[in-house]
Ligand binder design. Structure first.
Ligand code: CU1
Length: 241
């Protein structure tokens, strides 16, 4: 039972990352309320089982997939319905299928990267029968985006100057060239209620490779600058969605 659960997670995860890498460009073909999708055929402990792939996901190389053409389990999305009919373990019998279905639906329908990732995390947690906090698959784990301080050519700039993350993600600023640098948030250009001192690194970083990592939970637009090089225009912006 445990290995089956792991396999489900792995499949959901691979599908999730396939979807997520498309970023803003989700292409899902709808035929009325029905989405055609593939089932992946796997041998699980000597038994042939079909595992649903998210709509639009290609059959993984070296595997057999089947086209699922009808799927009418009351109120559930085709994907959740297929999962339900293919899973008969005690653990999965107690799963909240409607909630899983809703979450997977969000994953498929939402064009917003952060919403999709959060829904996928919830779906994976439900599928695994674990709490949200224990879902550690890289496909939905919170991300850390890196920003170089000083361009490779030595320009006094943050690279990239604009970053976007999902709330709960982190940014890691790495001293690259032309230091010392620091990261100071503009008090007037951060969301209300965010402590400017807490998210800033006023101490200057002189060593190449020195870094400062901060996690952002409050959604909104943030602006920051490097104190020593503010006059030279070394500033950056961050969107937390
Ligand atoms: Cu700087």
């Amino acid at each position: 039972m445990f290995s089956k659960t792991l396999m489900l997670i792995a499949l959901v995860a691979s599908n999730a990352s396939a979807r997520l890498h498309e970023e803003e460009n989700v292409e899902v073909e709808w035929e009325g309320d029905f989405v055609e999708h593939l089932d992946l055929e796997l041998d699980v402990e000597g038994e042939r089982q079909l595992f649903p792939l998210l709509p639009g996901t290609k059959c993984p190389t070296g595997h057999i997939c089947r086209v699922r053409t009808s799927n009418n389990v009351a109120g559930l999305s085709p994907l959740a319905a297929a999962m339900k009919s293919n899973y008969k373990t005690t653990l999965l019998a107690t799963m909240d299928w409607q909630e899983l279905s809703d979450n997977l639906d969000t994953v498929v329908r939402s064009k917003d990267y952060c919403s999709r990732r959060a829904a996928m995390t919830r779906a994976a947690g439900l599928a695994a029968g674990v709490s949200l906090a224990s879902v550690s698959s890289p496909a939905y784990a919170a991300e850390t985006k890196e920003v170089k301080m000083g361009s490779d050519a030595g320009l006094l700039a943050f690279v990239p100057a604009k970053s976007s993350i999902c709330s709960g993600d982190s940014v890691k600023w790495i001293n690259n060239k032309g230091g010392p640098h620091n990261v100071v948030f503009d008090e007037d250009a951060i969301p209300d209620g965010v402590d400017q001192e807490k998210i800033s690194q006023t101490e200057q970083m002189g060593e190449e490779g020195e870094s400062f990592t901060m996690k952002f939970d409050t959604k909104g637009d943030y602006s920051y600058y490097c104190e020593p090089h503010r006059g030279a225009g070394m500033q950056g912006s961050l969107i937390v969605a």
